[in-house]
Design a protein around this ligand. Sequence first.
Ligand SMILES: [Zn+2]
Length: 118
Amino acid sequence: MKTRKPVTLEEFLQKFPDTKPKSNCLMGLACPKCGQRTSLRITSVVIATVFDNGTDRDESDCEWDSKSACRCNGAGTCGFEGTVADFTIQGLDIWDEEHPDRFADRRLTTTLPDENAS
Ligand SMILES: [Zn+2]
């Protein structure tokens, strides 16, 4: 699989300014093509105890890494495919004290520097 140039946080926010934060399994992940972040199809390793009549499969116990295959699960025609690395937007969901209002009103915070400059 060929490697793609990763989408930067700035490029992603410019394309999808209304994106909503995620704080659990999809933290930092989003479709770089359509911006969808409700659900992704990720090829995962699931550890299960196998019995003759089935498994005790625990859905929460699955693992993947940046090289795992990933596909956009959004409605419509996107279907963007790649690896988890292709869906990783560095810094997308980092909450820290320096940016507490990051998702509260991004338009306001991004227009403030221009207003100060003029
Ligand atoms: Zn997509």
